[in-house]
Write a protein of this length. Sequence first.
Length: 632
Amino acid sequence: MQLIEEIAEAINSSRDAFGNVFLRAQAAIPPAQRILFDAIATSGNDQEDFKAAIRVAQAEGWLDALLDAVIDEGLENGRLAKSTVEAALKKNNPNAALQAITNVAGAFAQPDILYRGIANAMKWTGKVSIDGNAKGTGILIGPHLVLTAWHVVSELFERDAADKWVPRQSSGPRIQVEFGNFLSIVNRGEALQPAPSTQVKAHNDWCVSYSACQDDELNNSLPEDLTLLDNHWDYVIVKLSRAIGLERRWAPLDARATVPMVDESVIVFQHPGGHTMKVDQGKVGGVDPPNPRVFPRIRFLHHANTMSGSSGGPCFDKHFMLFGLHQGQWDGHGGDQKMVTNRGIPILNILSCINDSGTPLPTPECSELPVWTIGKEGAYEPVLGCDDFQTLIWRSAMSGTPRLVIIAGDRGRGKTHRLSLINSMLSDGAHLKINLSSEALSTISVTGLVSLISGIAGFSAPALTPVSEMESTATVWMRDEVIPKLMDSLQNIRTGRLVWILIADLNNYSIKDKQTSQLLLLLYEQLKRVDWLRVVLDGFKGDLPASLSDHTPQLVERERAADATQTHIQTFLERFTAHLELPVDATTIRVTTELVHQEYTEFLNDDSETALKRLNRKLKAVVAVLFKTVNQ
């Protein structure tokens, strides 16, 4: 068992995110016996409070469940994942999958960091099958999107009259993707371990974007003129029938994902021969003499071990950035003849193809999302009339626009409620959420704001040179000293996550310190510079900097919360009954909706500011009755 101090030092999490997994680790315990992190976290120091929580978990016998939850959510620096695997190897006979992981990690200078990437990629990588027959490998790149090689599913395409490859109609349900799990490979044999795999079918409208391979490649050959491979990117993005990535997260498609230099390391995740997942580490290959027109511009070579079924497998560099897809074996053409050489497609070419199409990757439709209540942190409040808002937030998370969202609306219409919805929608492992209240900001200083953000995000406030010691104005000091150090700290703590700054109730409080207000505006301006920052302002009353306003709507979008409608109420009830698979007929839903809406109208006439809260209480009472009636 690791020392409590070592476990606490490995945790890379905000207090709120740790509190969530601390409670999740107690899922098998009766509710009355569960312990909240806030009841333990009394020192105000993250490390000390994490230690206290770990001691409680150890004393109560569910420390392993807590560690698994932290690893599963990606809230540690990789050391816990590494020690979990090493402990399993000592306890059990090393199986092939675990041994492969340890062998891969041994080739890297920072295996702790690598293990964190491995734990994620093993949840993102899936086996692609058609009609139940394994065909290749794919990787999640969105909540409901899987990227794989086009030739893996080429049988689902046909040539049209213009001799162009097009998807066959109604072929989506034939595709199935099976996802494994890092912790299931460790296999402690405990009841709380996750299921070994999850299977998801493709959506009826399954083909999002694609580029066929070159005809010679489809026939297991290569053209004599390798430049003919240009613009044949051999990829397809498959839309799944449900957004499984909400649970597992997904690999980002990053415009900085360049192919490593020759002899640099590459890690390939794959399902060779349709078997269980394997991981192999090799080197990036090259040709002699070099051919820069082809390598690595059109294809890249690598020496990781693969076989049939590995096509479409993700290729990661030593920083665990996804930079390519494995395509197949490379025969001759100047490659290294002393070892097996494989070829792959650079991710940058796939990104370019997607961008050139002019059609952004789709965000999940609200019917595909499970967010119909806020959840524990929001007292299970119903989600009403927020479909467009959820789509907006997913678009911001996936495509990067908008980066600033301003929520407006009269009191009692649920605008602040939307911040709770964001917290419920976005996983802690992929999103660092910094929730600020305007009441706290109203009396805080610049240094106090930096300390507040640092404390919530989970890092020590950066040391700031006082403005009195700098030969500059307060504005220049904030621009050249405060903002750079704050942004650097956020960059270091985020570990690949998007950072969301959510400020509530700005219409109810005014920020008294002009410098604090100016610092916030300077922080908003960082949205133009970094692609990992998002800001959501509830009730913002001021003027945006001209540099942001000029970019609307690319960077800025506004959302207005309004009264709930009868359609909103009916949609909620339909989602509730569908989610719990309750056999409630359409007539019951319709009549219940009409009765609830009539009461809501009376609530509005009585006191519009409290009407939504009263409606939510009514809906929770109604669904409790429905659930009890059906299960009697």
